[in-house]
Design a protein around this ligand. Structure first.
Ligand SMILES: [Mg+2]
Length: 238
């Protein structure tokens, strides 16, 4: 595949959250649909315009893998929707979206498989584990706890943790520093090019795409060493 050099032995795995550990469509599309209905004052056509601008075409079910709803932060999503809806305080909208999405996740989070078993197995086999997301650190911590894997992770980073956001390399670099592993020993696993680009820029040794998010195989194969149907198969490529 496109990326080189050949990966060395991997010692640490850095996972994306949405679309990678969490089923993107099942978890987040209902939350986005409810949020835009409120912003649009209950007007479904206006709500559809907000979703479409964010990258989700409700009528066809298509999601643009590079869009804000697929890969952006809540701050970026709020800035877009505030601009379209004439809401002056985008920061307040971002805070309100963050609260709404966190509340939604407490009830509606849909993991892609038995993550507790997977993370326990990976730890038994000596891997250090982290999760890096463009969501907020507080949302990440709450959802990792809800997924039952908080005790199995060594590192958590959100866009507001001080390492920058994806596709910048900062979260991978901070992960390596915190765990004492070189970039070449890190695998980055994610459902979007944002994740793979972050890993590539940081010099991560292994880049793995997964198909439980917003991107198709062809998109991810352009940058990934491997593309898997689901992160539950990760041990096949380590
Ligand atoms: Mg993702």
């Amino acid at each position: 595949m496109a990326h080189s050099p050949t990966p060395r032995r991997v010692r640490a795995l850095l996972f994306d959250k949405d679309g990678t550990l969490i089923d993107f469509r099942a978890t987040w599309l209902p939350a986005y649909e409810a949020a835009v209905m409120d912003i649009a004052g209950g007007d479904p056509a206006r709500a559809d315009e907000l979703l479409t601008a964010g990258g989700y075409h409700r009528k066809t079910g298509a999601i643009d893998p590079r869009s804000l709803l697929a890969a952006g932060t809540n701050v970026e999503i709020a800035a877009l929707w505030a601009g379209m809806a004439g809401i002056a305080d985008a920061a307040a909208l971002a805070a309100s979206l963050d609260r709404r999405f966190q509340a939604h996740a407490r009830a509606g989070i849909a993991p892609v498989g038995d993550l507790k078993a997977l993370f326990a197995r990976l730890r038994r086999n000596g891997y250090a584990l982290g999760v890096a997301t463009n969501d907020s650190e507080s949302a990440l911590k709450a959802q990792i706890t809800a997924l039952g894997i908080a005790g199995a992770t060594d590192f958590l980073a959100g866009f507001d943790s001080g390492h920058g956001a994806k596709p910048g390399p900062g979260m991978v670099q901070a992960f390596g520093k915190a765990l004492g592993v070189r970039p070449a020993e890190i695998a980055v696993i994610g459902d979007s090019l944002h994740d793979l680009e972050m890993g590539r820029r940081a010099g991560a040794g292994l880049l793995v795409g997964v198909l439980t998010g917003a991107s198709d195989r062809r998109t991810l194969a352009a940058m990934a060493h491997h593309v898997l149907e689901n992160v539950m198969e990760i041990e096949r490529v380590l």
